[in-house]
Design a protein around this ligand. Structure first.
Ligand SMILES: [Zn+2]
Length: 106
């Protein structure tokens, strides 16, 4: 298996957090870090970050940014059955992602 083969999630997927501080919350994937096996999910796992003033009209201070979550703590959400695992189905020459529970497209 190639290294990227393990990562089934994609940008814009809706995911649910299954472990840790954000357990039970869901959101949309905005970025995937393939090397670190982590994903940034919109509005989840917020971490405080200090911002320096760079321009005159910019405020210095503390802002919140999404910290990446380990992929192992995320499950994709199927529109029909909720959190599920990703399966694959051959669609001609290409693989299609499907829900393992209901077989619907993901
Ligand atoms: Zn489903």
């Amino acid at each position: 298996m190639d290294r990227q083969g393990k990562i089934k999630l994609r940008k814009n997927d809706t995911v649910k957090v299954i472990a840790g501080r954000e357990k039970g919350k869901s959101g949309r994937v905005v970025r995937i870090d393939r090397e670190k096996m982590r994903a940034v999910v919109e509005g989840l796992n917020m971490a405080k970050k200090a911002v320096k003033q760079k321009k005159q009209n910019q405020k210095a201070g503390i802002t919140s940014v999404e910290a990446p979550l380990p992929l192992g703590k995320l499950m994709i959400v199927c529109k029909k059955c909720g959190p599920t695992r990703i399966g694959y189905e051959m669609n001609g020459d290409s693989k299609k992602r499907v829900c393992r529970k209901c077989g619907g497209d993901l």
